[in-house]
Every structure is written in structure tokens, then in C-alpha cells.
Write a protein that binds this ligand. Structure first.
Ligand SMILES: Nc1ncnc2c1ncn2[C@@H]1O[C@H](COP(=O)(O)OP(=O)(O)O)[C@@H](O)[C@H]1O
Ligand SMILES: [Mg+2]
Length: 257
């Protein structure tokens, strides 16, 4: 997957900010839950191999990023990342088991990210991918913030009937305010998805979960993350050599709880 940063964004996005976010992810523990990117400059591709519509799109959206040389298109700056199946498509086309798996993974991914101080920002399913190994990974970094910079808020009760019926929020929202109770509106539209979500991750919509992780981080506590199954850990496979299998995991889950 090749990713270019567009020349212009509709406000409030800014390109300079977006580059910083890629740098942030590059330096941060990605926990096996954020795709790593390889940053390239001056990537020359034979024009004959590129679809016309793609070239026109690049000229329209990112003219400052491309130039031509002989029969080649040269991309000045591009991030390259592994290709996955976007989670929205995976869920749309999936069997009940796929949905169950995808949603459990999605919730686990975000819970781990926030414990590692990454608030993903744009949590729509299309911003997550499913790897060949069935792992759900986040890949849209534009709106990432540190969880410790965010204000976790509950939705204030409506003051009157007008508030209650309003399609817009009736409360003021600061740039770093987050409202976990509202996430259901874009995550639970599909009944099959909703059922799996509520079974595995009903606590996702409770601001207390987010606040607890934020406070843990502020106290300097960091959970352990294993980007692979517990069953393949050495302490499970070779208990005699690597100690009591129950021990390290029990500690980790005590910290995570
Ligand atoms: N690594 C990837 N593998 C497969 N599809 C991807 C990948 N990264 C992005 N996409 C697809 O491209 C779309 C836009 O990418 P994204 O990184 O979210 O950029 P944007 O900032 O434009 O939303 C995604 O919604 C998804 O459909
Ligand atoms: Mg996106």
C-alpha cells in the first residue's frame, strides 16, 4: 500500500500535523496494533504501468508530490505499508464467525492502544485492517492523540426538550474532549456487528474504562503487550525452562484489570 499526503485538506486537518503523526507512530511502541510504515523519497515508477485515472488523481490531489522524468513518474515522498483487508469490508462480507472474530479483535486493538497512550482518533472500521493472520491493526494516523492529552467526558444530560431532540450536540466540545458514550452511533449500525460488539466489548462505551487507562498512564504504569497468542509464549510452551506459565500472565492481567 502506497500512501501520499495530499497537498490540501479540508479544515481542520493540516498536512504538517499529519507528517508529525507518522513520526509519532514510527517512534512509539506499535504493539503489533499499528502498521509500520517505510518512508521513501524519489520513488520512480514506469508510467506505462500506471492506470490513467490514478495519475490524474495524483495530479489533482498531490501535484507537489509528483514529477515526471523520461517515461517515469517520480513520487517525491511516500509511505509504504503492508496491505490488509479493510475491516469494514471484512465485516460487510464476513460470516458470523468472521464478524465475531473481527469485532473481538477490533475492541482488543483499541483497548491495547489506549493502554499504550494512543487515542486513535478516527475509529471507523475502514481505518483498521485485518492481516493475513487475522489480526486487526490500525492504519490511519492523521487524528491520533496521546490519551493523556484527551479529556474523557460523559455526555451531559439534555437541559430541555429542545436539547433532547436536537441532531447536534447541545454541549460545547473542546478539541481534546472525547465522548466514548457516543461511539455506538458509528460502530453499532449493523445488527450482527452490534450483537458481537456488546457481547465482547460492552465496556467500550463506558467513559470509566478510558478514564481508568488514562489515570494508569498518568501514574506511570504501563501494561505488557504481546503481539502474538498467549499459547505461543515460551513460558507456556517450555514451562520447565521459562518458569511458571501462570505467573507472568497473571501479573499482566492484574495490571490490566
Ligand atoms: N494498509 C492498507 N491495506 C489495505 N487498505 C488500506 C490500507 N491503508 C489504507 N487502506 C484503504 O485506503 C483508505 C484510506 O486510507 P487511510 O490511511 O485511512 O487514509 P485517509 O487519511 O485518507 O483516511 C482506507 O479506508 C482503506 O480502505
Ligand atoms: Mg481513513
Amino acid at each position: 500500500m502506497f500512501k501520499l499526503i495530499k497537498d490540501a485538506f479540508p479544515p481542520p486537518k493540516e498536512t504538517t500535523r499529519e507528517k508529525d503523526k507518522y513520526q509519532l507512530v514510527k517512534r512509539h511502541d506499535r504493539l503489533g496494533r499499528m502498521a509500520d510504515t517505510l518512508e521513501y523519497s524519489s520513488v520512480a515508477l514506469p508510467l506505462a504501468r500506471l492506470n490513467d485515472a490514478l495519475v490524474r488523481e495524483l495530479e489533482k490531489e498531490a501535484p507537489s508530490m509528483i514529477e515526471y522524468e523520461d517515461e517515469k513518474l517520480v513520487i517525491r515522498h511516500v509511505y509504504i505499508e503492508r496491505r490488509m483487508v479493510p475491516l469494514n469490508l471484512f465485516l460487510q462480507n464476513g460470516s458470523d464467525e468472521d464478524i465475531e472474530h473481527g469485532i473481538k479483535e477490533y475492541g482488543d486493538a483499541i483497548k491495547q492502544l489506549i493502554q499504550a497512550n494512543i487515542f486513535p482518533g478516527d475509529m471507523l472500521y475502514k481505518n483498521f485492517g485485518v492481516t493475513r493472520h487475522g489480526r486487526v491493526v490500525f492504519y490511519d494516523y492523521d487524528e491520533i492523540e496521546y490519551l493523556t492529552d484527551c479529556n474523557v467526558r460523559r455526555v451531559p444530560p439534555p437541559r430541555n426538550e429542545e436539547d433532547e431532540l436536537s441532531g447536534e450536540p447541545w454541549y460545547t466540545v473542546g478539541p481534546y474532549d472525547i465522548f466514548p458514550e457516543t461511539y455506538g452511533t458509528f460502530l453499532l449500525g449493523d445488527p450482527r456487528v452490534r450483537e458481537a460488539f456488546m457481547r465482547h466489548h460492552a465496556d467500550f462505551f463506558d467513559p470509566a474504562l478510558w478514564q481508568r487507562h488514562k489515570e494508569q498512564l498518568l501514574r506511570g504504569e504501563l501494561a505488557d503487550f504481546f503481539p502474538y497468542d498467549r499459547d505461543v509464549r515460551f513460558c507456556v510452551r517450555y514451562p520447565a525452562r521459562f518458569g511458571n506459565p501462570g505467573q507472568p500472565d497473571a501479573q499482566a492481567s492484574a495490571r490490566a484489570a
